[in-house]
Design a protein around this ligand. Structure first.
Ligand code: HEC
Ligand code: HEC
Ligand code: HEC
Ligand code: HEC
Ligand code: HEC
Length: 190
């Protein structure tokens, strides 16, 4: 999805939220059940819906709505603050001020100074092979989740056959490895 499309979905959902919270609780229940499954009936769960506060309603709606959940983004602080020119040259229509990782180290700790051994894509300035520079639905602005953050590049059946890996199942690779670097060759966390 492009930014404009995401933006308009987000706007639509926001408008829907404001419309819904401005109704009475029974009207709201009808509205919500029209859009989403599993909305608790206000009569059967008066404790949850006893308060008409905007925050509570919005949280409740967020918990019940995959549509809303899908449109809630974690924004990168400078993107959210519309500091586009912290990274983009405004006079050159979007050209980046400098290449990664220098671009990112303007504000973040330099991993090549922090770690003896730096992970290949980190040293090479491919921060955006794992992170989105603008926003993401995942923690830490990651563009993928779970093991695919790593298996996107390290896809190899032999890797998961080694003694250290054969029992990891769904365990996150980052339980054992630091994604950026470390003191030993394999960036193992202590
Ligand atoms: C933290 C640095 C940073 C900030 C702040 C930032 N951008 Fe970007 N932007 C990037 C990088 C890096 C790319 C290149 C994408 C990549 O490498 O995958 C990019 C790419 C883009 C693109 C090309 C299309 C795309 O999504 O790849 C557009 C358009 C864009 N940015 C607009 C903006 C706008 C508008 C803002 C401010 C609201 C902004 N950016 C703020 C770093 C940033
Ligand atoms: C203009 C300053 C600035 C630049 C440039 C910048 N960042 Fe950030 N970044 C921030 C701030 C501020 C935060 C929010 C505070 C924090 O979590 O450290 C943040 C947060 C993050 C986070 C999320 C931290 C978390 O755990 O949620 C990631 C990942 C990140 N930045 C990656 C990047 C990458 C990759 C680049 C280069 C493409 C970059 N940043 C460039 C200022 C910047
Ligand atoms: C191989 C994937 C990968 C690459 C490449 C990568 N990161 Fe990350 N980064 C992660 C993961 C995964 C996390 C989540 C923290 C964790 O699980 O240890 C993270 C967390 C972060 C955070 C927040 C917490 C922290 O550890 O400081 C920042 C800031 C960040 N990365 C910046 C960067 C910058 C800047 C670059 C490029 C120089 C970069 N990352 C390259 C995977 C990556
Ligand atoms: C963008 C591609 C890319 C992604 C994503 C990626 N890696 Fe890497 N990784 C590399 C490259 C390139 C090297 C250096 C070449 C090599 O030694 O295989 C490397 C090296 C390593 C090494 C050291 C291997 C050695 O033999 O010295 C480990 C450990 C590692 N990566 C773990 C991870 C983990 C864990 C993740 C997920 C957090 C991850 N990688 C995600 C590209 C990637
Ligand atoms: C339970 C801890 C643990 C988990 C989880 C883990 N690793 Fe490892 N990994 C290790 C250890 C320990 C080594 C050191 C080399 C060895 O003894 O095989 C290693 C080595 C590596 C190496 C370099 C050696 C090689 O065989 O190429 C890569 C690359 C690697 N891991 C990637 C990953 C990826 C990708 C994931 C997630 C799918 C992952 N690891 C999950 C513990 C772990």
């Amino acid at each position: 999805m492009n930014i404009a499309l995401k933006g308009s979905i987000f706007l639509f959902v926001l408008m829907a939220v404001f419309f819904i919270v401005s109704c009475s609780s029974s009207q709201r229940y009808k509205m919500l059940t029209f859009f989403f499954d599993g909305v608790p009936d206000p009569k059967s769960s008066t404790d949850l819906l006893s308060s008409d506060s905007l925050l509570k309603d919005t949280l409740l709606l967020a918990n019940n709505s995959t549509l809303l959940q899908a449109s809630i983004q974690k924004m990168h602080a400078p993107y959210q603050d519309k500091q586009c020119n912290a990274c983009h040259d405004q006079t050159m229509m979007g050209k980046l001020n400098q290449v990664q990782p220098g671009l990112c180290y303007e504000c973040h700790e330099d991993f090549s100074k922090k770690f003896e051994k730096v992970h290949g894509p980190v040293g090479g300035g491919f921060c955006t092979s794992c992170h989105s520079p603008h926003m993401s639905m995942n923690e830490h602005l990651l563009s993928r989740t779970g093991q695919t953050v790593c298996l996107h590049c390290h896809e190899s059946s032999s890797l998961l056959d080694t003694d250290s890996h054969k029992d990891i199942k769904e365990t996150l690779c980052t339980e054992c490895h630091d994604p950026h670097g470390g003191t030993t060759q394999f960036f193992l966390k202590q």
